[in-house]
Unconditional design. Structure first.
Length: 103
């Protein structure tokens, strides 16, 4: 069985092309479950109208399914709770030059 930390590492290689930050540090990944060789990811986008949703979901699914020990990856796209900039990690905030006092 694959380790959750290893899946997170792989997801950190999936960037939102418009922002240039990975989906984990953007706070888009809400939940991650592993059941034997199957991974289920619950995630969102920065906005329902994100034009790159399909590309980001495909990239995440493809990269996780390429991992040793994973035969299937399902991604559930959710809008509740809605994403806010407060969900961005401190590391990504520094890269985006966001003021930490704003959250």
């Amino acid at each position: 069985m694959v380790a959750k930390e290893d899946v997170v590492k792989v997801l950190k290689t999936v960037n939102d092309p418009e922002i240039g930050i990975d989906i984990v540090d953007l706070g888009l990944v809400y939940d991650l479950k592993i059941d034997d060789d199957s991974v289920t990811i619950k995630m969102t986008m920065t906005a329902p109208s994100c034009p790159l949703t399909d590309w980001i979901l495909f990239d995440a699914q493809k990269k996780v399914e390429e991992m040793d020990g994973v035969s299937k990856c399902d991604i559930e796209l959710v809008w509740d709770p809605p994403w806010t900039p407060d969900m961005i990690s401190d590391e990504a905030r520094k890269m985006l030059n966001l003021d930490n006092s704003s959250h």
